[in-house]
Design a protein around this ligand. Structure first.
Ligand code: B12
Ligand code: SF4
Length: 329
């Protein structure tokens, strides 16, 4: 019987991973059970074993720009072995043609894979797959919870759970608002909590909230909508904001030794109510970005937005990690 393979490419493998690549386990959940459990390979742990790929298998490869070349190499190997090769992820969404030119792709999926993946597999197996699929920007209630039972035990330090996709900002240097869109798509808080509880039972205490921007509505956004007299917009923004608080109240009830981190914009620093709620929700750190630390630097960034920038998403790791502490003390 044909198998479905899902591969997270990486040039180096360390045996231990820092954070779970969420897409792998979400796509595993999107794989219909009639094909059996997909064979999941995270190359940050160990390299793929090509001889496990058989003719007629479907190989799904998720790429961001940093691991795209290794992904293309795996695609070519899989195609040579007679498998159907599909790419997805942010890099494939932005540059689908590369996967055909360099990666032996039969098909590329743009945007969200949760819903479209089952159709892609069925089309490939029938030999009727078009070159590209538009996975679309699905709504928050359609995001699939990950299949964490397929993740190897005791190999990752942090798990990753997504609570919102999309970011209302439009920073010139960032890909997120173009790929995930500017409308925040939030998941229902109960579904998020269910996934976290499942992870906790699997032994995870550290969880990254893998969100584009955990603080998608700023106080200024609401004030501006009020000044414009746009009642519908004010209602919409307030609803999004209260859903954030609802989620954080539920996170706060989880065992005290849980540790979360996420990504926010600096405007949250002026929203003490939000910061306090984050602290109570065990969100101990947040990545924020700083475009420049001097006036002159900021001006040159504005004049020449293509120069290297640091933002909470574009370059997370060198960004500033702020500790969420009590804003009253
Ligand atoms: C959380 C996060 C992190 C976390 C956790 C990383 C991890 N190991 O999971 C941290 C903070 C550690 C991190 C680090 C980095 N990150 Co980061 N990260 C994100 C973020 C915000 C969410 C990723 C996520 O888990 N989303 C949830 C999953 C479910 O969504 P998804 O990956 O998009 O997958 C869906 C679809 O794309 C599609 N799909 C994906 N793969 C496939 C495959 C197939 C076959 C199919 C059909 C579909 C499909 O279906 C999935 C389900 O819908 C994204 C922003 C974004 N919107 O992608 C940036 C992002 C991916 N990161 C980015 C960058 C640059 C980095 C760093 C290089 C930063 C740095 N300089 O160190 C490092 C690289 C780390 C690494 N080796 O992977 C960039 C990549 C840009 C690019 N063009 O590639 C992004 C897009 C942010 C940005 N501003 O543009 N990151
Ligand atoms: S850099 Fe951050 S705040 Fe700016 S658009 Fe991207 S995700 Fe949003």
């Amino acid at each position: 019987m044909m198998r479905v393979h899902l591969v997270n490419p990486s040039d180096s493998s360390f045996g231990i991973g820092v954070i779970t690549p969420r897409w792998l386990y979400v796509l595993a959940a999107a794989t219909p059970s009639e094909y059996g459990d997909p064979l999941v390979t995270d190359e940050t742990l160990e390299q793929i074993q090509p001889d496990r790929i058989q003719p007629g298998d479907v190989v799904g490869i998720g790429i961001h720009t940093g691991n795209a070349l290794r992904g293309m190499q795996i695609g070519r190997i899989a195609r040579e072995r007679g498998a159907w090769v599909v790419y997805g992820g942010i890099h494939a969404t932005l540059y689908p043609e590369e996967a055909f030119e360099l990666g032996g792709a039969h098909a590329v999926v743009k945007s969200d894979g949760d819903i479209v993946w089952a159709k892609v597999i069925a089309d490939l197996v029938r030999g009727t797959a078009p070159r590209t699929y538009e996975g679309g920007r699905i709504s928050g209630d359609q995001f699939l919870p990950a299949r964490w039972n397929l993740a190897p035990r005791n190999r990752y330090m942090w798990a990753s759970v997504q609570t919102v996709r999309g970011c209302p900002k439009h920073c010139s240097f960032c890909s997120v608002w173009r790929t995930d869109g500017q409308r925040p798509r939030q998941r229902a808080s109960d579904i998020v909590i269910e996934e976290i509880v499942q992870l906790r039972r699997l032994g995870f205490r550290f969880i990254a909230l893998a969100d584009d921007n955990f603080y998608p509505v700023t106080l200024t956004d609401i004030e501006l909508a009020e000044m414009q007299g746009n009642a519908a917009r004010v209602r919409e923004l307030r609803a999004l904001r209260s859903e954030r608080f609802e989620l954080m109240e539920k996170l706060a009830k989880l065992p005290a030794d849980m540790v979360f981190f996420t990504q926010i914009t600096m405007e949250a620093g002026e929203d003490t109510q939000f910061l306090d709620a984050m602290r109570q929700a065990h969100i101990k750190g947040a990545l924020v970005g700083v475009e420049s630390v001097t006036e002159e630097g900021l001006k040159s960034v504005r004049e020449n937005p293509k120069i290297g920038l640091v933002d909470h998403n574009i370059l997370h790791l060198p960004s500033i990690v702020i500790a969420i502490s009590d804003t009253k003390t």
